[in-house]
Design a protein around this ligand. Sequence first.
Ligand code: AMP
Length: 541
Amino acid sequence: MQGSMMTRPLMISALIQHADQNHADTEIVSRLPVGGTHRYTYHDAHRRSRQLVRALLALGVKATDRIGTLAWNTHRHFEIYYAVSGMAAITHTINPRLFPEQISYIVNHADDRFIFFDVNFAALVEALVPHCPGVKGWVAMCAASEMPANAIPNLLCYEDIVAAQSDDYEWTEFDENTASSLCYTSGTTGNPKGVLYSHRSTVLHAYGSSLPDGLGCSARECILPVVPMFHVNAWGLPYAAPLNGAKLVMPGPHLDGASLHALFEEEGVTMSAGVPTIWLGLLQHMQSKGLKLSTVKRLVIGGSAAPPAMIKAFDEQYGITVLHAWGMTEMSPLGTVNTYKQKQLALSAAEKDAIRVKQGRAIFGVEMKIVGSNGETLPRDGKAFGDLMVRGPWITGGYFKNEGGDVLVDGWFPTGDVATIDPDGFMQITDRSKDVIKSGGEWISSIDLENIAVAHPAVAEAAVIGAPHPKWDERPLLVVVKKAGQDVTKEELIKFYDGKIAKWWTPDDVIFVDDLPHTATGKLSKLQLRERLRDYRFTGV
Ligand code: AMP
């Protein structure tokens, strides 16, 4: 027997409609790439998104067409999200930090029809044009007076095409499984692969991520996504914010500590989200200038492991709760968030510290398991570690155009992460499977070693890789960027590990460098670091 409830499709357009009806005067504030601040409301965003649908229809855009963006987080990018998916076309967010050859590969693979770009990417666009013959037109996301002078054929002005249309477009309803947006993984090996989200997966993810033990979004929050809209849809926040009626602050291109601090204070931001490198910049800025944050309550840190020293610094020096979160492009991205359970609230500070370095508990909708080398499920005892597998309604079942073939294993998506899960359901990543250090047949977690190194007061950033060793196969090599004006020796750093880990995990050597390589999404690039240190050999072995 079927239930008697309505089967209304889960539509992305319903989010902006809901925000307009219930939170019409709630603001969306944007720092613009051309300078200055733009301020309007959900009501205005809804109106302009519908004008933009009409503009897209006038350009001949049809359902399923891919519309690329090369853009920072702004109100215009937000409008594109809603207009494109709302007419059953697909928003393809492109990471402008990729190499131009990777970008043209992605544009051609996705078969983008139009590309919307921020004017500060005009030179990049000019270079891309000859390599992207399938693109019918390029839309500069600016006013007529700000149009770039670059030689870009079929160049259109965003404000002009929007202004030319009426706002009487009525959203249509269609199958909730229709594709809505496309995001390519950073592709550390091989070509980048596309993850194609649907209306259903996006709306369910927005619900799930908003939960109190998720990111805790609500109509009382002012949310600033530092994570770019080209990195897994800014972790879904441009959908979760209107679902809840939260104020939204879009930071544009300036993501340094000083710019973020000023914006947090000016707009009364209560929660924000980004990768650890961003928060390192903010912490350094605040510490060097003796600043505080007066309204921020929570920072979501994910994309890479949040070092315990960073979690502690925000908590103890600034009274800010860090929500350590884990996920991936293939998961929309949210998988786990670290929040305490009721029974853990009374634990000692040290016991709580041990919990909060973990990546957290699965939010409902995400199932997880860890498996051993023969695919056998390992115990959830917090000790056994194995390959982390996931499944759920916002987790991909394969890549765009079936790139990479069948990726699921018995219906589970292999994350490529190695993890433990404890009896309370807290998952802890020990490594990417390709970064784990294999020493004498045993595994050493590079993340654990990095977390300890960055807790040293003289260390700004640290990476640990496995370097070849004649006896042990691989041994840990610590690579460190020192804080400006601070000094520390190799011996002091090695001694710093005493008592914090099993003796045999201690790095065999330390190298000091001026900077560490990062990927286009701001993560440490172990691949490039291993490449840089290809000829490194331990001495005296
Ligand atoms: P991406 O698809 O580019 O967002 O990368 C996803 C990968 O980033 C995951 O598979 C993890 O290896 C890594 N990652 C994301 N969040 C965390 C975290 N909190 N701690 C450790 N690694 C993380």
